[in-house]
Design a protein. Sequence first.
Length: 314
Amino acid sequence: MNKDLLYRFFEGQASVEEMKKIKEWTERSSENRSQLYRERKLFDAMHIVAASQRGGKPLDSGKAVHLSFFREFMKIAVIVAVTVCVTATFFSIGNKDRNVAMQTVTVPPGQRVNLLLPDGTDVWLNAGTTMRYPVSFMEGKREITLDGEAYFDVKRDEECPFVVHTHAMDVEVLGTKFNVEAYSKKDFFETSLMQGKVKVTLPADKTKSVLLAPNQKTTLTDGQLVVSKIDDYGSYRWKEGLYCFHDKTLGEIMQDLEKYFDLDIKIHRKETADVVLTGKFRISEGLDYILRVLQTDVSFTYRRDTDQNIIYIK
């Protein structure tokens, strides 16, 4: 890829056609994506050096806006070319006479993505999450499919319920703010309601459902939906890039980090796994930094097996 084109993109000066060209190039191979990251780091480093040579004086306002925007854009979304792909096929949704193009968004480990759905619903997607939704919602129906964790601020529409389909349960609302965690490979489901009202239903048996009021959550436990009060809202600050935990064991913390960074973490000693901790980290600080800080409170060593994508804690 032409480096001048990449640098125009980093500066926010690439045309729509040029951005499309970069998107297609990054999707061709992992080596292309790696080159993009390398050039991005070099680009940022050059501007840091340039700033130091100016005695710390800021860039001109136009360039500063571009740089600030693209740094945040790269940090949160790892650029649209990597995180978002539009399916080439069409899927039939409900109405056999109408086929609707579907978009699939996949969030890489350690990242998060914010997007606006066709109806105006605001969605945050957590690390390792995949969401599929139509390019435009059909009349009377707003349905999306989720594998992972998402925070929804749903635009209210009395005539058109909003439904989130997961591997375990369906969540139906009219207009509300709620969090859904449903990673299929972790075999976990939880819905937490901040505002409005939601109905959580077992797809195979519509009689098995619960209605949540604000400040309530429901977790699927042994095949049953268990409703409880939300005690700590810190765990929902992931959309701010924060991982917050309160009175969690190290074992539970490692399970969360597995989700965020898409790897396996194995703790050899039960007494190490049972240590209870409270704290918070920025996910952008990276897994190694988080583990090193945890070592100041818990005595353990760790080894990373990069071939198997496993971290061993002793």
